[in-house]
Unconditional design. Sequence first.
Length: 318
Amino acid sequence: MSNQELNVNFAPIAIFACRRPLHLLRLLESLRKNPAAAFSEIYIFVGGPKKESDWSYVRETVTLSRQTIGFQKVRVIELFEQVTGSGLIHAGVSIVLQEHDRIICLEDDLEVRPDFLEYMNKALHHYLLDEKVGAVSGWNYGVMNPSLPNKAYLFPCTTSWGWATWRRSWNSSINVKSDFQWLISKSSRIHKFNFHESYNCLSMIERILTENYDAWDAAWYLYCFRRGMLTVFPNSSMIINRGFDGSGLNFKRKYSWKENFEELPQEAFVFPSQIMVSKEYVFYRKQLREWIQTFWPESKLRFFLNMLIRKRRQHINY
């Protein structure tokens, strides 16, 4: 595959790693199965550990990163002063976007489908000049349409599990407080931001402001949500998240979920021509609710009661 065959520029790939060398190895192996990998430059950003006892794993991660082959160019950047996911990702994305106008981002606990890079690069090229599209997702909670495996959609939300954006969209100094005040000024905004009460994203923003909570993805979602920017989603996930094995900082317990791709790789993709929320967003929210109820098991009645309690509290507070 050549640049001419794809008819796009290959976006640089930023990989964020720290103390999980085996996860990183699996991610790199999955990336190399993409034909576009040989024409792609990758940046591997290695952050510092939160625990001194993890330094040996960090050094092993750096060694593995420096031995990486199979890509056009590999740059390993040690950012040991960054010990949070938010700090590492903000620093890394900003570094790459100083030199490039687009970026593909992956964390070390992900695996990608063999057509992931082609999809991401073509989406980045397709919507390059459309400022109403702010990001591209390689992730999806389910299969949107089994009969249309190459179709893409536009949803009013972002994702942190395999994503991409442009320099024109990224803001390295998001004013979360300002965006939060805008959000809570109308209850209808909170309702939509919370995926129509499927997930309590508002509480994550509250924790960022009150506890300095490490949730860059929630702040990024709010930033795009306020500005009406949509995200491109595939028909089914091109990402498998291997971080539910107890090795991560956010998910301490082991958890088995979607460990195989649900569709085969595609050779071409159909992107929406109209910049508007795709009708399949309703089904996307349904799939999100099913994931939440699987990960945090509770009855449908309990889920509904928690939603009412949350809405009541937010009404009183805001």
